[in-house]
Write a protein that binds this ligand. Structure first.
Ligand code: GLY
Ligand code: MN
Ligand code: MN
Length: 448
């Protein structure tokens, strides 16, 4: 029997009030920054990218644009304009409805629906984008947009050069350019309750997929076959996209950190490392489990698994409001270093000395996690302290390449364990533990 997760709790109808509220939070921020000066903030949803000829990659909306609008359509602009006093407008500029195009590619939202459903004050056709934007820029002293995006900067520069030509008519260029991505980072890194609900559901779908993948894995299957199972469970539960390409790594492939599922046949003594997460309503989940294909870890695999799991537990212990972001990573490094010394894989050193010399990096070369949200490696500063409802991953790993100074039974072991957590006042909430992590439970599932 296939395990499908309960269909309750998350409504498929998107609540656009929530997106409007986020725009109003941003507006307040911008008003503070601009201190009474008129401003325009502008974002683009992105273009469809051609693969070859008239075939396109699947469209993925710009995350900032989606965060503020929920408007999941290519080539749309959203603007927030304030005169610095009472006047404030939210504007959406998008494709015009077109029966012929819709016959090929489906519904275009169009201006009427854009305004009504997505709660904008004004909606214009993309055909008048330049004049619409310029009409607001000429009233603004400050413009906010994603400055580090080259194409975006070029477009803004084109608009501004048109304004320069109007100088003699008494219209000045805005004199302050602000990075909207930077400002939104701080807003996005703390999740609201609506986002948390979606993220918990995404994590539970991914957990269910990992369970099925463990159950179907057996010697003779290809990594691809396991990926197919993951995708099947994602989609059957309403998550049609992946947050990143599925990593399914059998045997030595597990020592390649981002190995994509390929044609390798799984073998009897292989470990399989699966790092896979669905995307649900734009939000990522990101889970890794490592298990023995045959259902039984070898002694060497068991030893390393327990070291990684202990490191994850030690890191999780350190996550709570007020702690520095680096604390869980430091805890994982200390835990791994101590246990690798005890196992004889780091030689003749004290823990402090081995950490100082970074001896662990030969086996553990990545960080213990990252922010998670609309993007799998989500926005947010890493030089910060934890606040309530930030979401991050905790993902220590050990990867052992063949080497003369390492006993052969450890060669090619690659183990990572990754869970998604929400920061709380007195600790954190693990949202991806729908899939077990303890060694005996993993063995049990893998042997089914
Ligand atoms: N799946 C990519 C990562 O864990 O960071
Ligand atoms: Mn991750
Ligand atoms: Mn991952």
């Amino acid at each position: 029997m296939t395990r499908e997760i309960k269909k309750k709790s998350l409504s498929r109808t998107i609540n656009y009030e929530k997106f409007k509220k986020r725009r109003l939070v941003l507006k307040k921020n911008l008003q503070q920054i601009t201190a009474g000066k008129p401003f325009t903030a502008i974002l683009h949803s992105g273009l469809e990218v051609s693969r070859n000829g008239d075939v396109f990659y699947p469209f993925r909306c710009d995350s900032n644009f989606y965060y503020l609008t929920g408007f999941n359509e290519s080539n749309a602009w959203m603007m927030m304009y304030s005169d610095g006093k009472r006047q404030y407008e939210e504007i959406i500029i998008s494709k015009t409805k077109d029966k012929t195009k819709e016959l090929w590619d489906g519904d275009i939202i169009g201006q009427e629906k854009a305004k009504k459903k997505y709660l904008f004050d004004k909606a214009y056709s993309i055909e008048v984008v330049d004049q619409t934007v310029i009409s607001k820029l000429e009233l603004s002293q400050c413009i906010f947009f994603p400055i580090s995006d080259r194409n975006f900067s070029r477009t803004v520069s084109d608009w501004l050069s048109k304004l320069t030509r109007k100088k003699r008519m008494g219209i000045d260029n805005p004199d302050h350019l602000g990075d909207l991505s930077r400002i939104l980072e701080n807003q996005r890194v703390v999740k609201d309750l609506y986002e948390l609900k979606i993220m918990k559901k995404a994590a539970s779908i991914s957990a269910a997929a990992h369970i099925e993948a463990m159950k179907v894995s057996k010697p003779g299957l290809k990594e691809f076959d396991i990926e197919t199972e993951l995708l099947r469970v994602f989609r059957n539960n309403g998550a049609y996209d992946v947050a990143y390409p599925c990593i399914v790594a059998g045997g030595p492939n597990a020592c390649v950190l981002h190995h994509k599922a390929g044609s390798r046949l799984l073998q009897k003594n292989d470990l399989v490392l699966i790092d896979a997460g669905c995307e649900l309503q734009g939000y990522a989940s990101d889970i890794t489990r490592t298990f023995p294909v045959s259902g039984k870890f070898t002694e060497a695999q068991k030893l390393i698994y327990e070291i990684v799991l202990q490191a994850q537990k030690d890191a999780i212990q350190k996550i709570k409001v007020g702690k520095k972001y680096a604390t869980p990573h430091d805890a994982a490094v200390r835990s791994i270093t101590k246990n690798l010394i005890d196992a004889g894989l780091i030689k003749n050193k004290s823990v402090d000395e081995a950490i100082e010399k970074r001896d662990y990096q030969r086996f553990y070369m990545h960080k213990t996690g990252h922010w998670l949200g609309l993007d799998v490696h989500d926005v947010g500063s890493y030089d910060t302290t934890f606040k309530e409802n930030m979401v991050l991953t905790v993902e220590p790993g050990i990867y052992i390449r063949p080497s003369k100074d390492i006993p052969r039974e450890f060669w090619n072991i690659g183990i990572r364990i990754e869970d998604d957590v929400v920061v709380k006042e007195e600790g954190c909430e693990l949202i991806s533990r729908g899939v077990p992590v303890e060694l005996n439970e993993v063995e049990k599932l893998a042997s089914l």
